[in-house]
Write a protein that binds this ligand. Structure first.
Ligand code: FMN
Ligand code: SF4
Ligand code: SF4
Length: 601
C-alpha cells in the first residue's frame, strides 16, 4: 500500500497541464453534464490534482453539436486530447484513475469514428469555439482573437465596414436571406435618430436550436457582431430580443454583457474610439409571431406582438419609429470573422449567391442528431449520410423538411441537390432559420404536414382572415383525411386554400404556412390518395387507418408481440404463430415495435 501511495503522489506531481472540457449547453445539462463536472471536481480534489499551468482544470463549454452522444467530455493531458462520450458521474472515477493518474485512456468509452465523421465534414465559423471555450469567461474569448473585429472597425469609416460586409455576400440567416450589407446601407442612409440595432433571438421554430446554442456557447461573438453593426449604421443602442424560455442563454448573455462593459467594450467611448454603444436584453414571452420583425418591434414597444404591413421597412421606420436594423443571431455572429479575416475569405466559402456557412439543427429520424455547420452548397446527401450517419435503424430515407414550420418537404429522390437559398426555394422549400427534419419510411407525410400546420395555425396572431381562418379550414381537411374520412376533392381544396392563403396573408407566417401541405401534395400525392381513396395510411401512422396483422410467413413464433400487447388482442402459444384479434386491438402499435422480425404490418 505505501508503495502505491508514493507512485500516485509522484504521478499527481507530474500532472502539470490538465484541461477537462465538459459541454454544458442546454442539451448537455439535460443529459447530466453539471453532475459530471461536479464529480470531476470532487475526484481531482480528492487526489490533490490542481492545474498548475491552466487557469482552471475543469472547464464548462457550450454545445459542440453532437447532442446524440451527450455528455461529451475532453480530457487534455499534457497536450494530448481524448474525447469521451455518454459520460455519467459514475464513470468519472475510472477516467481519473486510469487516464489522468495512469495515462491510459479508457478506450471503450472514447468516441468512435462516427464522432469524427460528424465533425470532420463540417466547416465551422460560428460553432468553431462552441464546445471549446468557456462562454462565461471573456478572457477565453479574447484569447482566441475575440473583439479583434471590434477593434479593427474603429480604424475604418462606417461606410467601409458596410462595404466589407456587402462584399462578403453575407445574407440574413433569419429566413428571408436578404443581403446584410445592403440592409445596413439603407439604414445608415435613413433619416432619423437615434438608430437601433436589434438581435433577433426569438427562435420559435419547432426543432430549431441554432441561435440558442450560439448564444449559450459563444455569447461574445453576438455582442461583437452587434458592436460592428451598431458602428456601421450609426446606432448607439442595441437590443437582444430573446425568448424567456431560454434561461441559460439569457444568463450567459447577461454575464457576457456585464463583462464586456467592465472591459470597456460596451458603454461610453468604447475602446477609446469615441463611439458609444450599449446593449439591453428584452425577454419575449415565446410567441412564434414575435420573431417577425415588425411584431418583434411592437413587442419591445410594449404592444401586442402583431405584424404590420411593409413598407415602411424597419430600416427606415422601426423601433419607436426610428431607423432600425434587425438581424438574426447567426448573421451577427458571422461578423467578427468577416471583419478580421476579410470579405474575400468569407465569400470564397459557399456558392455564387449563397456565401459562407449555415448552421442546421439536424433532427428527426436520423442517427447523429445535433447541430451542424456546413458550407452553403453542400448536398443534402452529404449532410444526411456523411455527417448524420443516415436514418435511424438504417431505414430508408423518405424526405427532408427544411425551413421550419413554414418550409417544404424535399423527397429522397432529390438527395443530391445542393443546400443553398436558391435551390431550396426552387424545390418549394426554403432555408428558413435552419431546422432540418429527416423523415424515413415510417413517417406519414399527411400527418407530418398536419403537425406543422397545427403549429402555424395556433401561432397565427389572428390579424388577417386568410391566415387566421384559412389555416383552420386546411387543418380540418387534414384531420378528416387522417381520420379516414377524407373526401374526393379534398386534395384540390387544400391546394386552392393553400395558394389563396399564401397570396393574401399580411406577413411571412401566413405567406408560408401552407408550404408543408403544398409540397407534400406535390411530391407525395399518392399518400394523400391512399388515405382518401383506399382508407390506408401507407406508413401505418394514422391510428384510425391502422390494421395490424401478423404475416404468418415471417412470424418466428417468439411471442414478443404477445408480451407487449396491452389489450390481450394477441393469441400466441409456444411454437405457434401469433394472431391478432381485430375486435380487441386498440391500434397502439406496441406489437409492431416489439416484433424483432418485422412480421407485423
Ligand atoms: C413568423 C415569422 C417568424 C420569424 N422568426 C424569426 C426568428 O425567430 N429569428 C429570426 O432571426 N428571424 C425570424 N424571422 C425573420 C425576421 O422577420 C427577419 O427577417 C430577420 O430577423 C432579419 O434578420 P436577418 O436579415 O439577419 O435574417 C421570422 C419571420 C416570420 C415571418
Ligand atoms: S399572416 Fe397570420 S400571423 Fe401574419 S399578420 Fe396575418 S394573421 Fe397575423
Ligand atoms: S396494436 Fe396494440 S392492441 Fe393491437 S395487437 Fe398490437 S399491441 Fe395489441
Amino acid at each position: 500500500m505505501p508503495a502505491k501511495k508514493t507512485t500516485k503522489k509522484a504521478r499527481t506531481a507530474d500532472i502539470k497541464d490538465l484541461v477537462i472540457r465538459v459541454c454544458v449547453g442546454t442539451g448537455g445539462l439535460a443529459a447530466g453534464s453539471q453532475e459530471v463536472i461536479d464529480e470531476f471536481d470532487r475526484q481531482l480534489k480528492s487526489h490533490g490534482i490542481t492545474a498548475e499551468i491552466v487557469k482552471k482544470c475543469v472547464n464548462k463549454t457550450g454545445c459542440r453539436g453532437f447532442c446524440a452522444k451527450d455528455v461529451l467530455a475532453d480530457v487534455i493531458l499534457n497536450g494530448k486530447s481524448e474525447t469521451y462520450q455518454l459520460i455519467t458521474p459514475e464513470m468519472v472515477g475510472r477516467i481519473v484513475d486510469e487516464h489522468i493518474l495512469n495515462n491510459e485512456p479508457v478506450k471503450e468509452w472514447l468516441v468512435g469514428p462516427e464522432y469524427h465523421a460528424f465533425h470532420d465534414r463540417q466547416t465551422k465559423i460560428l460553432l468553431k469555439h462552441c464546445g471549446h471555450i468557456d462562454p462565461e469567461d471573456i478572457d477565453a474569448y479574447i484569447n482566441i482573437g475575440g473583439y479583434e473585429g471590434a477593434r479593427k472597425i474603429f480604424s475604418l469609416e462606417p461606410s467601409e465596414v458596410i462595404e466589407e460586409v456587402r462584399a462578403s455576400g453575407l445574407r440574413g440567416r433569419g429566413g428571408a436571406g436578404f443581403l446584410t450589407g445592403l440592409k445596413w446601407d439603407l439604414c445608415s442612409k435613413a433619416e432619423g435618430t437615434p438608430k437601433y440595432i436589434i438581435c433577433n433571438a426569438d427562435e420559435g421554430d419547432p426543432g430549431a436550436f441554432m441561435d440558442r446554442s450560439v448564444i449559450e456557447g459563444n455569447p461574445h461573438a453576438v455582442i461583437e457582431g452587434m458592436i460592428i453593426g451598431g458602428y456601421a449604421i450609426g446606432s448607439n443602442y442595441g437590443y437582444v430580443y430573446i425568448r424567456a424560455e431560454y434561461p441559460l442563454a439569457i444568463h450567459r448573455l447577461k454575464i457576457a454583457i456585464a463583462d464586456a462593459r467592465k472591459h470597456r467594450l460596451l458603454g461610453k467611448n468604447i475602446l477609446k474610439s469615441g463611439f458609444d454603444f450599449d446593449i439591453r436584453i428584452k425577454e419575449g414571452a415565446g410567441a412564434f409571431i414575435c420573431g417577425e420583425e415588425t411584431a418583434l418591434i411592437a413587442s419591445i414597444e410594449g404592444k401586442r406582438g402583431m405584424p404590420r404591413s411593409k413598407p415602411p421597412f424597419p430600416a427606415n421606420k422601426g423601433l419607436w419609429g426610428k431607423p432600425t436594423i434587425i438581424n438574426n443571431v447567426e448573421t451577427l455572429a458571422n461578423l467578427p470573422a468577416i471583419i478580421t479575416s476579410g470579405a474575400k475569405w468569407f465569400s470564397s466559402i459557399g456558392t455564387e449567391k449563397s456565401k459562407g456557412t449555415k448552421v442546421f439543427a439536424l433532427t428527426g429520424r436520423i442517427k447523429n442528431t445535433g447541430l451542424i455547420e456546413v458550407p452553403m452548397g453542400i448536398s443534402l446527401k452529404e449532410i444526411i449520410y456523411d455527417i448524420g450517419g443516415g436514418c435511424e435503424k438504417n431505414r430508408k430515407l423518405k424526405a427532408v423538411q427544411t425551413g421550419g414550420p413554414s418550409g417544404g418537404c424535399i423527397p429522397a429522390s432529390h438527395i443530391d441537390m445542393p443546400v443553398d437559398y436558391e435551390s431550396l426555394t426552387a424545390i418549394g422549400s426554403m432555408m428558413g432559420s435552419g431546422g432540418m427534419v429527416v423523415m424515413d419510411e415510417t413517417t406519414c407525410m399527411v400527418d407530418m404536414s398536419k403537425f406543422f400546420l397545427s403549429f402555424t395555425g395556433n401561432e397565427s396572431c389572428g390579424k388577417c382572415t386568410p391566415c387566421r381562418i384559412g389555416t383552420k379550414r386546411m387543418l380540418e381537411v387534414l384531420n378528416r383525411i387522417t381520420e379516414g374520412k377524407g373526401k374526393e376533392g379534398d386534395i384540390e381544396l387544400l391546394t386552392e386554400l393553400g395558394n389563396d392563403i399564401k397570396q393574401s396573408s399580411l406577413c411571412g407566417l401566413g405567406m408560408s404556412a401552407p408550404n408543408p401541405v403544398l409540397s407534400t401534395i406535390n411530391f407525395f400525392r399518392d399518400e394523400y390518395e391512399a388515405h382518401i381513396k383506399d382508407g390506408v395510411c401507407p406508413a401505418g401512422v394514422c391510428k384510425a387507418l391502422r390494421r395490424y396483422t401478423v404475416n404468418a410467413d415471417i412470424c418466428r413464433m417468439c411471442g414478443k408481440c404477445y408480451s407487449a400487447c396491452p389489450s390481450g388482442a394477441i393469441a400466441w402459444e409456444k411454437k405457434q404463430k401469433a394472431v391478432i384479434d381485430k375486435s380487441k386491438c386498440i391500434k397502439c402499435g406496441a406489437c409492431y415495435e416489439a416484433c424483432p422480425f418485422n412480421s407485423i404490418f
